[in-house]
Design a protein around this ligand. Structure first.
Ligand code: AMP
Ligand code: GLY
Length: 428
């Protein structure tokens, strides 16, 4: 079977590597991909948002399955267009992708369906929003409604910061149309857990839980990024919490979407906070997380092709989705300056990964037969081992051998998880 993967980052590289473990996979195309992905797939020079060209390519190249990985084309209706033209897809249609495309839709959906989440108010009028944040308990969380490259959330400790966030989003249009409407949400506390789940619109099969590290610097300091590293499984996510999440969050979300005429098929990402009042949804994403996919997929025992075909065909049996009983750590090696401005075009020297080690390429292009940097997050260095401690050690051992000018990484990916392990999993 020929497969088309849409997207160009480390997540897409991880998806491709996992798909290729299945002998039924023939040619994997990636649109547009990157210089590192080119070593595992045939690159197609079509941007992820050129939906008409993707549809034409899929028709002309006997594509058995199209995997649309990033949020933008999903929210823009890439799956609707591909399916209409007869191409089977992994990924939600536009109506279901609204769970990520509109924070207001997601919040109102959760309230309608009794799914635990922080209380929130929606605003279309800047004056009303300003009046509200002048009275709301602090800290307060201000979120732009639409997609904003992961930057549309501000946690405001002071009234001035909250007012500034409202003004930036609604009046100065820092995120364009995405910030014309906003959600002002209560501040929640507790460990965060990401759970990625396969769903075919009825059945839901969670993969192993994970923990992202979103801030740029050690100790969760510095600016928010797309994610500087991940570990899996997340030690805070106990069996008991998993059962509670399935009962109160995962199945009700999938059922609610289907009952509202927006069946969600694909990978549904639950961003959870384990608050003192129980697990609550911080956000939904309509896709695999990046860099969550870089730890979750290497721990998936089941063939990814089987899982994706079952999702696409509406025949997912959760019993068939199995995870390896191991741990994984992914350390992102980024360009100096990221997430603000950074240089590019620096030659990359890569070590040879050992067994259960992988280097996923996110921001690089091919030049003179080698790779040069071409993005903020350049590489995701992943290791799998029997314990989290070993996985972290192995990932750092490999990441430290990567060379390019200005390379930097956080030094504490997994530290908090290891401490939680030592203090006992049930402390929250
Ligand atoms: P997002 O861009 O939606 O992934 O949000 C970025 C980060 O903001 C999340 O990972 C949380 O750490 C934090 N966050 C979002 N909403 C809340 C909230 N209601 N309370 C506390 N932290 C939050
Ligand atoms: N790592 C967070 C995300 O993919 O949204």
């Amino acid at each position: 079977m020929n497969i088309l993967v849409v997207g160009s980052g480390g997540r897409e590289h991880a998806i491709i590597r996992k798909l290729k473990e299945d002998p039924r996979v023939e040619t994997v195309y990636c649109a547009p991909g990157n210089g590192g992905i080119a070593r595992d797939a045939e690159l197609v020079d079509i941007p992820a948002m050129d939906i008409a060209a993707l549809v034409e390519f899929a028709k002309a190249n006997d594509i058995g399955l199209a995997v649309v990985a990033p949020d933008d084309p999903l929210v823009a209706g890439a799956v609707d267009a591909l399916e209409q033209a007869g191409t089977a897809c992994f990924g939600p249609r536009k109506a279901a992708a609204q769970l990520e495309g509109s924070k207001i839709f997601a919040k109102e959906f959760m309230h309608r369906n009794g799914i635990p989440t922080g209380s929130a108010e929606v605003f279309e009028d800047p004056q009303a929003a300003l009046a509200y944040v002048r009275e709301a308990p602090l800290p307060v969380v201000v979120k732009a409604d639409g997609l904003a490259l992961g930057k549309g959330v501000r946690i405001c400790e002071t009234r001035e910061a909250a007012e500034a966030a409202v003004r930036a989003m609604m009046q100065e249009k820092a995120f364009g149309k995405s910030g014309e409407r906003i959600v002002v949400e209560e501040f929640l506390t507790g460990p965060e857990v990401s759970v990625l789940a396969f769903t075919d619109g009825s059945a839901v099969a969670p993969m192993v839980s994970s923990m992202d590290h979103k801030r740029a610097l050690d100790g969760d300091q510095g600016l928010n990024t797309g994610g500087m590293g991940t570990i899996a499984p997340n030690p805070y996510y106990t069996e008991e919490i998993a059962e509670q999440c399935m009962r109160e969050i995962f199945q009700p979300t999938v059922d609610g979407m289907r009952e509202e005429g927006r069946p969600f098929k694909g990978c549904l990402y639950f961003g959870l906070m384990l608050t003192p009042d129980g697990p609550k949804v911080i956000e939904y994403n309509c896709r695999f997380g990046d860099p969550e996919a870089q730890v979750v997929l290497p721990l998936l025992e089941t063939s990814l092709l089987d899982a994706m075909l079952a999702v696409s065909g509406g025949t997912l049996d959760p019993q068939t989705i199995r995870n390896r009983d191991k741990s994984a750590c992914c350390v992102i090696v980024a360009s100096g300056g990221y997430p603000e401005s950074y240089g590019s075009g620096f030659p990359i020297s890569l070590p040879e990964p050992g067994s259960d080690e992988e280097i996923f390429v996110a921001g690089a292009r091919e030049q003179d037969g080698g790779l040069v940097t071409a993005g903020g997050r350049v590489l995701g260095v992943t290791a799998v081992a029997d314990t989290l401690e070993e996985a972290v050690q192995k990932a750092y051992g490999l990441a430290e051998q990567v060379r390019f000018e200005g390379a930097y990484m956080r030094r504490d990916i997994g530290r908090r998880a290891l401490e939680a392990d030592q203090h006992g999993k049930d402390r929250i």
